[in-house]
Design a binder for this molecule. Structure first.
Ligand SMILES: CC(C)(COP(=O)(O)OP(=O)(O)OC[C@H]1O[C@@H](n2cnc3c(N)ncnc32)[C@H](O)[C@@H]1OP(=O)(O)O)[C@@H](O)C(=O)NCCC(=O)NCCS
Length: 179
């Protein structure tokens, strides 16, 4: 899927970070993020197992399929967040987010959700889906603050569905673009 230009954004603590598409060279940085940047609970919430092989996950994220979108946020030479969207069929896509533990609450997942929604909108996707572990209030709040979220609990997960247009409307102008 065609990329977007990198952009510098202002985070809630006043610091600046670069949001850009994933490139294959990000494999090592993604492994650092998944392994060292995230604690046991965060890894479990992202990958549904704390014992996940982070190197394999990093490789898959760095070399994602052509119809998928992978985004990273870079700051001070390290990757501090990753988000991806995987089309499920013509009008639906699954999204997932990983933010370094020491960078939570700065608006990163919110701005990445907005970016993924724009990209999926351009690809004709109308709904975003995510499976969220119960108790992952931070993730649920990101979705709920963006748009009316349909939440169905099944098989031990909260399945969240968001309308792409509502996300775009809800997050319009959310992140201050520095350059
Ligand atoms: C869930 C996660 C992606 C959120 O990322 P983030 O960059 O911290 O989220 P944001 O800063 O954009 O927004 C967080 C929102 O949730 C709230 N929030 C943040 N941490 C919270 C917590 N521990 N409990 C409750 N609410 C929380 C914030 O108040 C904020 O709301 P606001 O917009 O009104 O201020 C991040 O916590 C994470 O990586 N968790 C581990 C992996 C994971 O759970 N992935 C999701 C799998 S789909």
């Amino acid at each position: 899927m065609r990329g977007e230009p990198s952009r510098l954004v202002a985070l809630r603590d006043g610091s600046v970070a670069l949001v850009r598409d994933v490139v294959p060279d990000d494999e090592r940085g993604l492994d650092e993020l998944f392994r060292a940047g995230m604690g046991v609970e965060a890894r479990q919430r992202r990958f549904f197992s704390a014992a996940v092989a982070t190197a394999a996950m990093a490789r898959a994220a760095a070399l994602h399929a052509a119809d998928e979108v992978g985004l990273v946020v870079e700051q001070d030479g390290r990757l501090i967040a990753h988000a991806m969207a995987v089309p499920l069929d013509g009008e639906d896509a699954e999204v997932a987010f990983a933010v370094a533990d020491d960078r939570h609450g700065l608006g990163l997942a919110t701005l990445l959700l907005g970016s993924l929604a724009r990209r999926m909108d351009a690809a004709g996707v109308r709904r975003l889906h995510a499976d969220v572990l119960p108790g992952n209030q931070a993730m649920l709040e990101v979705f709920e603050h963006a748009a009316p979220a349909d939440e169905q609990t099944a098989r031990g997960c909260v399945h969240v569905t968001l309308d792409v247009d509502e996300v775009l409307a809800g997050l319009a102008g959310q992140a201050a673009v520095v350059a």
